[in-house]
Design a protein around this ligand. Sequence first.
Ligand SMILES: *Cc1c(COP(=O)(O)O)cnc(C)c1O
Length: 402
Amino acid sequence: MKPFSGNFTQQESLDESVVAAATEVLTSGRLHRYNSEPGELSKASELEQAYAAYQGARYCLACASGGYAMAIALRAAGLRQGEPVLTNGFTLAPVPGAITAAGGKPLLVEITEDMVINIEDLERKAKTSGARFLLLSNMRGHLADMEHLDEIVRKHDLILIEDCAHTMGASWNGRKSGNFGLAGCFSTQTYKHLNSGEGGLLTSDDPDFMARAIILSGSYMLYERHGAAPATEVFEQIRLETPNMSGRMDNLRAAILLPQLAGLEDSIERWNQRYRVVDDVLRGATGVVLCNRPDEERYVGSSIQFSLPGISPAAARAFVSANKAMGVELKWFGDENPVGFTSNHHSWRYVEQQSLPETDRILASLFDMRLPLTFSVGDCRHIGAIIAHCAAEHAKAPGRAL
Ligand SMILES: *Cc1c(COP(=O)(O)O)cnc(C)c1O
């Protein structure tokens, strides 16, 4: 089989409409979001309006990153120093990082084979800890049974904040991911669904919460210039008692996000077309188990995960190398050592160590792959065939370096 020569970290180049939008802001010299003419809606504010409309949320705040959005969301929701925050045991490092930045203590919940939060373990830990907050991470775009989750959230009076870094555009039974609790947190970092290098969006329907978040983000007393913010009166109460934790988005990033947002639905279709091709090839591969994707879920297939149940650590490393030798870059979350963007809860040493036997067992055989839109559908078929070939070789002689 021919090796694959595509680049797994190469996103699409941004088109002329994006370049024109950037040029306009650069030419104006007014990059700061509050450097606007009287009566002018800044690009950052325009983005807030456009994203609130897309998301179907009353309010939206554009800010520095997805991780930053989560940290200020927890603060704006009233997290007290040292309080526990329930979150998925399998997520990306910025999630426990944001909880820590906000002064909370991550309380890790097991995941299921389908890579979503284990709702039984969530309920158990909500009861025993008395935690008030759940920062739900829709890791790698997988949505839990949101009706069941909602039931547990209500039963235990949890304040739900959703990490939607991989579920921008996804929904459960027609309801958008990010609209299930107090707030949704999104990232516009290069490897997510919109690309401004770095950036974050926070959405909510709650006026007091959003007013606090806006002041926290570093709005000075210029909050009236926001695009999708609560009424001025809402700020009166809180504006002097909320700290400024500078983390604004600038007009340049907002300007390049606006045309991309207009094309998001189209990007989602293209991601899912690619996802389905790889998924289809892998469903026929020896020993490969794919996640179950419930009918209620509208996902965004910007990455794909699968497992080789029972694989040993040595064999998992050999499997990753064999794929790599054929040009296919897989991530393995079971590694003891954090590599690149990949780490697991054992390497978050600033967090009190917790025992998550189920999550550990699942991660030990879990592989993950990005699907950038620069890959054609044919590329995806080729990639699927390489993984299937390596899986078949692994099945013949587990652990042999290929
Ligand atoms: C990328 C990511 C984040 C954080 O986004 P940044 O904008 O990079 O801070 C949070 N959660 C998950 C699951 C992510 O993948």
